[in-house]
Design a protein around this ligand. Structure first.
Ligand code: FPP
Length: 256
């Protein structure tokens, strides 16, 4: 109470704890290269990547992040060899089988976005069970983009909106940014639908059909670190970079 005007700085990382991004989205890249460097099959990288998801989830939750959206499988990833796709489809099952209690301990609520109905039955069940088991949690939302693509997201939203116009539920002039946001797959996140910070690992600097509408004003941070090597300290580094940016949202000075 007495420290209302004093910045809360984490001395080890220099993070301003009052300016933690509310919504962080991550393109988790580099699993295959991590495995190759170790002469391991690509799937070993994905398995290690799943361990990183656990570490980063707990770290983000402890920092006070409100939403962590992870790009786990894109609508384009079906093009990968069948064995790799099958392995990736098994990861949510492995992940939730042993991690749900820790998610609940950390008050983390699981959500998913994407074409879930097209996933194998066992993956669907694992995901739906985890959503149900954590539904009472009120802390960070761990939002998995699974069989997600941003053009699919925008196309589906446009179709829904067009139908509403056709049914005369809304008029064309009622279509504004807020209405579009509500119809996107991130709509359920309300005021936190748009990421403040988007991270991509492994040195690639692309968006790869991820949250195209939602990242209009996000800060983009790229790191050479491969996803399986990413950890709580890397997350803090990324947030520190974010905190050094001057977010203007099209205006002239720092309006945050
Ligand atoms: C991209 O690396 C990574 C993926 C397509 C899969 C990401 C999935 C995980 C990190 C695990 C998800 C965990 C859960 C619980 C669902 P890449 O294979 O393209 O790497 P490369 O560019 O080095 O080949």
């Amino acid at each position: 109470m007495f420290n209302n005007n004093k910045k809360q700085i984490d001395s080890a990382s220099q993070l301003d704890l009052d300016r933690i991004p509310k919504h962080i989205a991550i393109i988790m890249d580099g699993n295959g290269r991590w495995a190759k460097k170790r002469h391991l099959p690509r799937v070993a990288g994905h398995k290690q990547g799943m361990e990183t998801v656990k570490t980063v989830t707990v770290a983000a939750s402890k920092l006070g992040v409100r939403v962590l959206t992870l790009y786990a499988f894109s609508t384009e990833n079906w093009k990968r060899p069948m064995d790799e796709v099958n392995f990736l489809m098994g990861l949510p099952v492995k992940f939730f089988n042993n991690f749900v209690p820790e998610l609940i301990e950390n008050n983390v609520k699981v959500s998913v976005m994407g074409l879930i109905d097209q996933l194998p039955e066992k993956t669907q069940k694992a995901v739906r069970d985890a959503v149900a088991q954590t539904s009472q949690c009120t802390g960070m939302i761990l939002n998995f983009a699974l069989n997600y693509g941003s053009r699919l997201d925008i196309r589906t939203a446009m179709q829904q909106i067009a139908r509403e116009v056709e049914n005369k539920t809304i008029t064309v002039s009622e279509i504004d940014d807020a209405l579009i946001s509500r119809h996107l797959m991130t709509g359920f996140l309300g005021e936190n639908a748009d990421p403040d910070l988007l991270i991509r690992t492994s040195g690639e600097q692309r968006i790869s059909n991820f949250l195209l509408w939602q990242i209009a004003y996000s800060e983009l941070v790229f790191t050479e670190t491969l996803w399986p090597d990413f950890d709580g300290d890397t997350l803090k580094e990324m947030i520190l970079t974010y905190q050094h940016r001057n977010r203007r949202f099209g205006g002239l000075k720092n309006e945050e």
